[in-house]
Design a protein around this ligand. Structure first.
Ligand SMILES: CC(C)(COP(=O)(O)OP(=O)(O)OC[C@H]1O[C@@H](n2cnc3c(N)ncnc32)[C@H](O)[C@@H]1OP(=O)(O)O)[C@@H](O)C(=O)NCCC(=O)NCCS
Length: 257
């Protein structure tokens, strides 16, 4: 299982940006995976007011509007920080000021960098006060993080979205272990459908994965795809979080029979 093997701060961005991004770049921390071609970063989203203001200054008008539309102030702040951190992390790879990055969306909403110099894959997920980012030049990526210390009727969700085999495996676990296993299974599935860009419009029971947090995270079956092309990585995102990164070898995803 991949875990947080080492931690390092985000290096400064490629271009001068008045110092904001340099200060903010100290906030996220890096998680080392066994696959060095994938960068994984975690960021706290509840940050002091002066940093929040610096984050907002990096956002596009659309991103500011999207954050402002949120009902709760806490969610407005988290939305702004999550997006600013994404800009900071990606800017280093394209040699731009974080505020200069422009994003486009795939048909089902997966963002990509407009006019990036060469392939640069990334994905982001946020839950409660934490965001996770995965970045690679070689693999198509999906990430999912879930805050586990919340009330959730996970049995009902599993019945609806997990396969028969996954439900049986869940039921075989001790009751005390089921909630964490539910989130492990869920994040594995969601990371895969975020890597493909399809999102939750794909019937999740058709994407089969290992269930137990103690099992190696692995894709067992995917309609029309080759499981051998995929790797799943469990990320140690803190005691109240479960997170998975799914990676697919670039080029084969869209060509799968
Ligand atoms: C993508 C999706 C799985 C996200 O689930 P979630 O648990 O709510 O959110 P997460 O925090 O894990 O991920 C959100 C991030 O994923 C990214 N994202 C959005 N759509 C995506 C997609 N189709 N594939 C991969 N990533 C996507 C975005 O960066 C988003 O963050 P941002 O909006 O702050 O930039 C879910 O919203 C979905 O299935 N969308 C499909 C949308 C669709 O088909 N819509 C058609 C009209 S109903």
């Amino acid at each position: 299982m991949e875990t947080c093997a080492s931690v390092r701060e985000c290096p400064a961005t490629g271009k001068s940006d008045g110092g904001h991004a340099v200060a903010l770049a100290q906030i996220p921390w890096q998680i080392t995976l066994a696959d060095p071609a994938i960068e994984v970063w975690l960021a706290p989203l509840d940050i002091p007011d002066h940093h929040l203001q610096q984050c907002v200054e990096l956002l596009s008008p659309d991103e500011k509007t999207r954050a402002e539309r949120m009902y709760f102030e806490r969610d407005r702040r988290r939305s702004a920080v999550a997006r600013a951190m994404l800009r900071i992390l990606l800017a280093r790879h394209v040699g731009l000021n974080p505020a200069e990055l422009k994003f486009n969306l795939e048909p089902h909403g997966k963002p990509y960098i407009a006019a990036a110099p060469g392939p640069l894959h990334f994905n982001i997920s946020h839950s409660a006060e934490r965001a996770i980012y995965a970045i690679s030049r070689n693999c198509e990526l999906g990430v999912d993080i879930e805050y586990t210390a919340r009330t959730i009727t996970h049995e009902g969700i599993a019945e609806r979205f997990f396969s028969a085999r996954e439900n049986t495996e869940l039921q075989c676990l001790a009751p005390v272990d089921r909630k964490r296993a539910f989130f492990a299974c869920w994040t594995r599935k969601e990371a895969v459908v975020k890597a493909t860009g399809d999102g939750l419009r794909v019937p999740l029971d058709q994407i089969e994965v290992t269930v137990s947090p103690d099992d190696l995270p692995r894709l067992i079956s995917i309609p029309g795809g080759r499981t051998a092309d995929w790797t799943l990585h469990t990320v140690n995102a803190g005691s109240d979080y479960v997170a998975t990164v799914a990676a697919h070898l670039e080029g084969q995803l869209r060509d799968a029979p």
